[in-house]
Design a protein around this ligand. Structure first.
Ligand code: ADP
Ligand code: MG
Length: 289
């Protein structure tokens, strides 16, 4: 049977918004060597907003109009930012057909008979050579910790959209506390290296960027073999990584996928909850031993 101290620790966690789905999860969280974090929606608020739009031979409204059409069927946070910006600009967005997600890369669709896509600059670079002006703009945005995406028609770049997602207010302090607990922290992101490094430097953790979904799974498996790993994610796109880790921690109770896949959830959406879980686990297991 489950020791009473574990049951009471789980109850104590629940009262503080730390949902722990069993004694095994509580036991493991305090012993992992590494905590890996998803970026968007986990270390950041997950409410990205468009800050800049640049067109090459077309105006900004047109770039947003076409990009929003491509993204209208996508549930990606970047897609939301783009469709929201078009809405706020009162731009009439045309219908898209054949909409398709390119996981970790972007989205494509046919709009007004044109084959369009909105992708990472890295993916765009596999299709075309970016104009120097667009390329410089991309670099500058990324050095500021923003995410740049490229609007393409076939293999021709039409424009760039910069998107900013604010770090969560408590992220920096929470990561420092995890370090004080002797836990190694790393951000795993599909975003480009410059953006990832700018954000990681600001928050104070290691970073692995430009990861495709399968790269994240491989890294989680490696970290698991090297002393154990907890993965913290918001469940959008990272249910497999949560499942692959020794302890999957969902940021928030928002998505059913996250709640189903994860071993624990941070109902208050604070990064600090991860450090609280580690401390609660160690205190509880220390009492039992
Ligand atoms: P993250 O690890 O931050 O959740 P993803 O793996 O979801 O990132 O995406 C990685 C990159 O692929 C994004 O930074 C973006 O450049 C591009 N991308 C993915 N989906 C989309 C989309 N719907 N629209 C535009 N770009 C996208
Ligand atoms: Mg994500």
């Amino acid at each position: 049977s489950v020791p009473a101290s574990i049951t009471s620790a789980i109850s104590a966690g629940t009262r503080r918004g730390l949902l722990i789905k069993g004694g095994g999860a509580l036991e493991t969280i305090g012993s992992v060597k590494t905590v890996a974090f998803d970026k968007t929606g986990t270390l950041t608020a997950g409410k990205p907003r468009v800050t800049d739009v640049l067109g090459l031979g077309l105006d900004r409204t047109e770039v947003l109009r076409l990009a929003a059409a491509v993204e209208s069927g996508s549930s990606h946070p970047l897609a939301h930012a783009i469709t929201q910006a078009a809405q706020e600009g009162q731009i009439r967005v045309p219908a898209a057909t054949d909409a398709q997600a390119l996981p970790g890369k972007g989205a494509t669709a046919t709009v007004e008979g044109r084959a369009l896509s909105v992708t990472s600059p890295r993916h765009a670079a596999t299709l075309t050579t970016l104009d120097p002006e667009l390329s410089r703009a991309v670099t500058a945005f990324e050095e500021q910790g923003r995410t740049a995406v490229v609007l393409l028609e076939g293999a021709t770049a039409l424009g760039v959209i910069a998107i900013r997602d604010e770090p969560r207010a408590d992220a920096r302090a929470a990561l420092a506390r995890l370090r004080d607990l002797g836990v190694h922290t790393v951000m795993l992101t599909g975003d480009n290296a410059r953006t990832g490094q700018a954000i990681a430097r600001n928050l104070g953790l290691d970073v692995q960027a430009e990861l495709l979904p399968e790269d994240k799974l491989r890294l989680i498996a490696e970290l698991g073999a090297q002393g154990g790993v907890a993965m913290v994610g918001d469940g959008i796109n990272d249910a497999p990584a949560l499942a692959q880790s020794d302890v999957g921690i969902a940021m928030g109770g928002g998505t059913d996928v996250a709640l189903e896949t994860a071993d624990a959830a941070l109902l208050q959406e604070r990064v600090t909850g991860v450090a609280d879980l580690v401390a609660l686990s160690r205190a509880t297991m220390g009492n039992i031993k």
